[in-house]
Design a protein around this ligand. Structure first.
Ligand code: SF4
Length: 241
């Protein structure tokens, strides 16, 4: 390989890295992560957590609920899903992260946030001193909309009782809504994300912080500074709970 080709490969690698992880916001943690990764066996990030069938560190109630709904066919999305994506994490979590819907990789693996957006979510958690095992992560929709299109109102209406029940069972002390659909669904509003961000909202007396979906941050890294402000608020509230 020529010197020019080697430099091109290095340049491409850094471009890819920047696309996935961004450039500055999590720099301190990225450096420590790089060190950790360098010492660890090579393994996809999505497999760094214990891989179980969608209800890790579960409670009997959560497990029973999973079994009740895992074959749901209430909306059209059951026809195109590969896997039902219930949720993942700690049934006793103090904080619950709520996203929109499974994407391609989530649909394939049956777990939430396992693609590039999931890697960024791991960084976001790390930045406030959390790991996946400390939190619970679920989506408003449990099945992937084809081609990752936006959820339709009828699908949200059919599926959101499941999220409501998960929240009842997990009883988090703080909710972080990732993106517009999660925020609108939880707050029963049509407000824009920019209007909702920056304030502490309430869902049945549980505080909610609204921030960007990690997939949106990957597409628009300039929003990371605002996301960092949201995460600082999450950290502050967690210290009080
Ligand atoms: S998206 Fe929700 S309501 Fe629709 S089939 Fe899947 S689990 Fe059922």
């Amino acid at each position: 390989m020529s010197e020019k080709e080697i430099f091109e490969q290095i340049e491409n690698y850094f471009k890819w890295y920047q696309k996935i992880y961004g450039s500055s916001l999590y720099l301190k943690h990225e450096i420590s992560d790089v060190n950790i990764v360098a010492q660890a066996p090579v393994q996809p990030a999505s497999q760094k957590v214990t891989r179980v069938s969608g209800y890790s560190q579960t409670s009997p109630e959560l497990q029973e609920f999973y079994l009740q709904i895992k074959d749901c066919r209430k909306c059209e999305l059951h026809k195109t899903r590969k896997n039902f994506v219930f949720g993942y994490g700690n049934a006793n979590a103090k904080v619950m992260f709520v996203g929109e819907a499974p994407g391609k990789e989530e649909d394939e693996q049956g777990l939430p946030f396992v693609g590039p957006a999931g890697k960024l979510l791991d960084k976001m958690l790390f930045s406030v001193g959390l790991k996946r095992e400390d939190v619970y992560i679920a989506n408003v929709l449990k099945c992937r909309p084809p081609m990752n299109r936006n959820p339709r109102p009828d699908e949200v209406m059919q599926c959101e009782p499941y999220l409501k029940k998960q929240l009842e069972l997990i009883k988090p002390r703080l909710i972080v809504a990732l993106g517009l659909y999660a925020a609108q669904s939880l707050l029963k509003t049509q407000q824009t994300l920019s209007k909702m961000r920056g304030s502490i909202h309430q869902y049945e007396n549980i505080p909610i912080i609204i921030t960007y979906h990690p997939a949106a941050l990957l597409r628009n890294p300039m929003w990371k500074q605002q996301a960092w402000e949201d995460l600082k608020q999450v950290k502050k509230l967690l210290q009080k709970t």
